[in-house]
Design a binder for this molecule. Sequence first.
Ligand code: SF4
Ligand code: SF4
Length: 256
Amino acid sequence: MEFLTEQVEDIVRCMKCGNCMSACPVFAVTGREAMLARGRIQLLKAVMNGRLELTDGLRDVLFTCLNCDACSLSCPPGIRVDELMKAAKAELLRLGKPLPEPQDLLKPGVAYKELQMRIEFVRSFVESMRGLTDHHQIALSAAVRARYYEDALAEGQDWADWCADGLIDICCPMSYTLSFGAFAQWMARHRRLTGEGDVTWLAGIGLKSSAGELPLDEAERQICFARRADADGIALFSAAALDDAALELLGEIAAL
Ligand code: SF4
Ligand code: SF4
């Protein structure tokens, strides 16, 4: 296979040690050798030797690689499987092989696997941070998506689970909205999802955020509501400097 000529050296350097098993997020979820760096290399080797065709089934397996490069860090010869996969994917496209269809993601099984992979991948990153912060005896905080079911889970941020498992010390859902109704609804949900355990729940309020600029009287309303909702603290976010009127008001609220 011509497209693999530049990758031959990498392909033959794999010594099948299996170190990549602990690194690959796709393998962690699927448990399938074909979706592990080692397995992917063996599949390409078979293609290179003419023992395997670039079939649609093989395409589906190759396209599950996230190109995250996590495996090369634990690979003794430092093989860049992500680069191998990019070359293979480019070849599949050149051959006019149809990509996995977007509607595939509408199949509950496929969507579930996709979601599970993201959640596992992001969680493994938080676990690494937990290890690091524990080592240095510092608290670990996370500013997370406010809409847990709609946005956070879809992006792999299962922060309710992180709170329940003690992976983070401080959880700050970024509740940036100009709508008081939405804010009030989120507060009730965040209280429940951050649990009653040791995690400190900070209500994140956006004064100047992607949601827009919160009028000062609305900011005061949200701050007072978060206090009544029993938030452990409040984190104010502003993408730009606050003027004197805002600082004065915040000072007054803090003194209450
Ligand atoms: S860690 Fe590297 S050398 Fe070892 S099996 Fe995986 S890809 Fe091959
Ligand atoms: S680059 Fe692909 S094979 Fe390597 S760890 Fe990421 S998903 Fe797994």
